[in-house]
Design a protein around this ligand. Sequence first.
Ligand code: C2E
Ligand code: CA
Ligand code: CA
Ligand code: CA
Length: 275
Amino acid sequence: AKEAGRGGHCFFAPEMNQKLHERRALEIDLRLALANGSFRLAYQPQIRLDTGRITGAEALLRWERPDHGNISPDQFIPLAEETGLIGQIGAWAIKEACLQASRWAEPLSIAVNVSPVQFRQAGFYDVVVSALRCSGLSPERLELEITEGVLLNDTEDTLAILGRLRQLGIKIAMDDFGTGYSSLGYLQRFPFDKIKIDRSFVRNLGQDPNAAAIVNAVMGMSRALGVRANAEGVEFKTQADLLLSQGCDEVQGYFFAKPMPSEAFAGLIGMGLPV
Ligand code: C2E
Ligand code: CA
Ligand code: CA
Ligand code: CA
C-alpha cells in the first residue's frame, strides 16, 4: 500500500518500510528454521469425556524464533501461507506427527492441522501418503483438521482429494466449527468424521445460556449426522460437566492438559487423566 505524496509522487511511509522490513526478516527466519529443523510439535491430549481416557493428540506447531522467543503459529502461519512456505512446513509437521505417533505405546489417533494453501498445493496428497509410508502409521490413526477455507474454492478438486484421503482410512475433521459462514453447508457436502466445536462457543458455557443452547444444537446435529464431536478450549470443570451432559464425545483444553512435548505426551499414554 502506497500513500500519495506531494506532487503526486508515491512514497512508502517510514512505518510501512518498517513493516516490510519485519516481514522480510520473518520470512528469512522461517526459511532458516525450515533448513535447520528448528520447528517443533507440541501435543495436546484429546480426552474421551465419558471415560476420561486419552484417545489421541492434536499436533501444534511450535517455533522459538532466534532473538524473539516463542512465536505463536497464529503469528507466522499467515506469512508462511503468503510465501508458500506453508507447504514445506506443513509437510514436515505431518511427517513428524506420524513418526512420533508410530512410536507410541498405544495406537492412539494423531490430529494434524492443514492450511488451505497447503492443501491446494500440488502434491499434498502424496505428502500425506509418504508420511504414512515412512512412519508405518496406520491411516486410520491419522486425522487431518481442515477449516472452512479448504472448502471455499476448487470445490470439485477439493472434494475429490478429501475423498481419496478418506478412502485410505484417514479421518477428516472440520476445525473451528461454527466460526465460518457456511460450516453447515459443508457438513452436507462432505462426510466429515468429526467436528471440532470452536473455543469461542465453549468459552461462555456455564455463564451464557445462549452458548449452551448453541452447543446443544450442534451436539444434536452431530448425533443426527453420525459425526463425532470434539469441544476445544475446555478450561473449567463446569464446561466439561455441561459438555458431558450434552453427550459430547471428546474434549481438549487446558483444564485437562496443555500442549506438551512429544516425550511428555508419550509418557502420559496409558495413564488416563483424572477428570
Ligand atoms: P487451532 O487448530 O484451533 O488450535 C487450538 C489452539 O487453541 C492452539 O493454539 C491451542 O494451544 C489452543 N488451546 C488449546 N486448549 C486451550 C484452552 O483450554 N484455552 C486456550 N485459551 N487455548 C487453548 P496454538 O497452538 O497457538 O495454535 C493456534 C493455531 O495455529 C491453531 O488453531 C491452528 O489454526 C494453527 N496451527 C497450529 N499448528 C499448525 C500446523 O501444524 N499447521 C497449520 N496449518 N496450522 C497450525
Ligand atoms: Ca486444530
Ligand atoms: Ca480449532
Ligand atoms: Ca483456531
